[in-house]
Design a protein around this ligand. Structure first.
Ligand code: FUB
Length: 328
């Protein structure tokens, strides 16, 4: 009798455990199932690519390329601002090549912003040269700083496009740029010149364009885009170093940002840290949904996370981000 009771209760217990395990694993696989047929809306309305995201004085800013023409023939740049990363305001045209430059008038591509001593420096590609413009405000208007390119077409290996300036904790600024090859150099204190003898040129495996550098917990992360921006496989990979100019070691894990399902051509990114927090967001473009391609791209934002070893985790391009509150 006692033995039968024990057998019964053992059976009930096993059944209960089995039921719990089944419920838990179905909850887990539900959490892991992402619907790749529906993507969150882009953060900027219309077609904007190569978003360079930054935060200044409690406000986020995006500096993009204006898309919508075959061959990326845009002639001006806009700036967008946001208090929370979700709602964005168009601050208008901040640099109009035919009007503001004497040395280039089209192919206004892939800009980047940096601030030093309360001056905002705007780096951009124009007709395959890299220029720099300056303003007292992040929203411009920006004025051509040199009356000529900062980096002239053909000066270094690859195309002279996709500039990015990383500001280190000690105030030093580093310029990175290049399609086909990554070039990098420390900028002089004026932010508009550098020692040409100090330029380095390298190509991490898979590197195509769009270099972007961040620093976290003493590690420098050089990120870049792989494949051609018109290729649905366009994606973002990274390498790390203990110094801003490398040498960089490519992460063994796969791309950190890539399309899936309806999201195609996700790349040419930039990253922003929420001030005072270990909270990071990645801005990037993807082919416009629906009907986009490499000339009709739209700007999106997702959160970006690190594991306990400092590896960047794969970005969920289907995440709808929540408003971010900046401390006043
Ligand atoms: O937007 C024009 C070009 O397309 C950029 O310079 C490249 O990085 C690619 O995104």
């Amino acid at each position: 009798m006692l033995l039968r009771l024990k057998i019964h209760s053992f059976n009930y217990l096993s059944a209960l455990i089995l039921l719990l395990v089944t419920i838990c694993s179905s909850i887990d696989s539900f959490a892991q199932t992402v619907d790749t047929t529906v993507a969150p809306a882009a953060v900027l309305p219309g077609v904007y690519a190569d978003p360079n995201i930054a935060v200044f004085n409690n406000k986020f800013y995006i500096y993009p390329t204006t898309d919508g023409s075959e061959g990326w023939l845009s002639t001006s740049f806009t700036c967008w601002s946001s208090a929370n990363l979700v709602k964005w305001k168009n601050e208008g045209v901040i640099l109009d090549l035919p009007h503001d430059l004497t040395w280039a008038d089209k192919r206004a591509w892939a800009p980047a912003i940096a601030v030093k001593n309360n001056k905002y420096y705007y780096y951009y590609a124009a007709d395959g040269n890299i220029g720099v413009a300056v303003s007292d405000k992040p929203t411009g208007p920006f004025k051509d700083a040199l009356g000529k390119p900062l980096v002239k077409k053909g000066s270094y290996p690859g195309q002279m496009i996709d500039p990015m300036v990383f500001m280190d904790d000690d105030g030093a600024a580093y310029l990175y740029f290049g399609q086909g090859q990554c070039n990098a150099v420390k900028l002089n204190d004026d932010m508009v010149s550098f020692d040409t003898a100090k330029m380095i040129s390298f190509k991490p495996s898979g590197y195509n364009e769009g270099p972007f550098v961040i620093k976290r917990k003493g590690i420098y992360y050089l990120m870049w885009s792989e494949y051609d921006t018109r290729d649905p496989r366009y994606s973002v990979a990274y390498a790390t170093s203990s110094s801003p100019l490398g040498p960089f070691k490519k992460a063994e894990t796969g791309p950190v940002l890539k399309g899936s399902g309806v999201v195609k051509g996700a790349g040419h990114h930039s990253v922003v840290q929420v001030p005072g927090k270990d909270e990071w967001y990645i801005a990037y473009h993807r082919f416009k949904i629906p009907g986009g391609n490499g000339y009709n791209r739209e700007t999106c934002i997702s959160s970006m996370h690190f594991d306990a070893n400092g590896n960047i985790l794969p970005v969920n391009v289907f995440e709808k981000i929540k408003p971010v509150k900046l401390k006043r």
